[in-house]
Write a protein that binds this ligand. Sequence first.
Ligand SMILES: NC(=O)C1=CN([C@@H]2O[C@H](COP(=O)(O)OP(=O)(O)OC[C@H]3O[C@@H](n4cnc5c(N)ncnc54)[C@H](OP(=O)(O)O)[C@@H]3O)[C@@H](O)[C@H]2O)C=CC1
Ligand SMILES: CC(C)(CO)C(=O)C(=O)O
Length: 348
Amino acid sequence: MAITIIGSGAIGGVLGAYLVRAGEDIIFCDIAQDHVDKINQDGLTIEGPDETFTVKGIAFTPSQLIEKRKPLETVFLCVKAQHTEEALTPFLPHLTSTSQVVSLQNGLCERKISKLIGPERTIGCFVNFSADYLGPGKILYGGVASLYLGELDGSATARIEALKDKLQAWGPAQVTRNIWGYLWGKMSYAGLLYATALVDETMAAVVERHDLRDMLMELCSEILETADKEGITPLGFDDWEPALVYPRETRDSEKLDAQLAKLAERMAANKKTKSGIWRDLAVRKRETEVDAQLVPILEIGESHGVEMPLLSALVAAIKEIESGERKMSWQNLYELQKIYESLPRKAS
Ligand SMILES: NC(=O)C1=CN([C@@H]2O[C@H](COP(=O)(O)OP(=O)(O)OC[C@H]3O[C@@H](n4cnc5c(N)ncnc54)[C@H](OP(=O)(O)O)[C@@H]3O)[C@@H](O)[C@H]2O)C=CC1
Ligand SMILES: CC(C)(CO)C(=O)C(=O)O
C-alpha cells in the first residue's frame, strides 16, 4: 500500500519519516519547493525528544505529482485546515473508487473531504502529537501522544485496522468507533490552545494561571455545549478531560484543578512548549487555522442558539493579531476575563 502524504510539514513529515524508516512505500508531496528539493537531495530529518534521524525520501510538488497521473490509493492529508479543498481537489481525477483519504488535521476537515470525495473514501483521524516545521527537510518532533483512526460512520473495518497496524511504525496509533467524539474533544481543547496563543508565553504558563481558569473553562464550555447540541459527547485524551469541564453544573473544581495541573505539567515537558497557533502568528507570520477551525464552530453553535461571547471575542482577537492590529499580550486574556465576569452564567 503506497501512501501519498499531501502536506509533508510537521505532522505529515514526522509520520512519513517513521513509515519510510520502517520500509513503507511513501511519497511526500508539498507545495514548498525548497522543502521538496531538500527531501530529495539530503533526506528528511526528524529531531525528536529521544533521537534525531534522517530518512531518504521521494518528494514532489503537487504539480509534479499530478503530471505523473498515478492513481493514489491511500492519501494522508496533512495540510492546514484552510488548505483542505485546494490541496485535495487537483488530485480528484487520480483517486479511484477504492482510494482512501485520511485527514490528519485539526478541525472538522472530514466534513469538507467527504463532501468532495464521499464519506466512504474519507477516513477520520484525531492527532495530538506535536511537531514543528523548522525549515526545508527539518522537523522538530515533540514526542508521542494520542492518534486515533476511525470510520466516519463508526463502523469497524479492515482498512482502519490495516492503517493502524502500519502506523505502529510511528507509535501507539489506535482505532476508535467514535472519531467525532475525539474530533470535537480536540476542538474543545483547541479553544484553550488558541487562548494560550494570545500571549507570547508557553501553553503551560497560561494553563497554570488559576485566576484565568474559570474563564478559560467557560470558553471551552461554549464549544462543548455546541458539541452537545450536535448530539456528540467529546472524548478526552492526554490529560484533557472534557467531561470535567462540561456540563457546567457538574463541574468539580478540585478535580478539574488537579487535571489541569497535570495538563500543564505535560505541556511543559514536551519539546514543543507553544502551540502551532502561536507559531503561525509569532514565527511564521501567517494566518492561523482560525477561519477553518473555530469560525465553523461559531456557525454551528449559532445555528443551535448557543451563546458564544468568549469564543467570538477569541476569534476576533486572533484575527487582529494575524492582521497586525493587535499584539500578543496578557492584556488579551484579561479582556476575555472581563467578558467572562460580565456573563450571568459564570460557573465558579
Ligand atoms: N504541528 C502540530 O503539532 C500539530 C498539528 N496538527 C494539525 O495538523 C495539520 C497540519 O499541520 P502542520 O503539519 O503543523 O502544518 P505545516 O504547515 O507544518 O505542514 C503543512 C504543509 O503543507 C504544505 N501545503 C500547503 N498547501 C499545500 C498544498 N496545496 N499541497 C501540498 N502541500 C501543501 C505547507 O506548505 P506551506 O507552509 O508553504 O503552506 C506545509 O509544508 C493542521 O490541521 C494542524 O492543526 C494537529 C496536531 C498537532
Ligand atoms: C499543541 C498541539 C501540538 C496539540 O497538543 C497542537 O495541536 C497545536 O500545536 O496546534
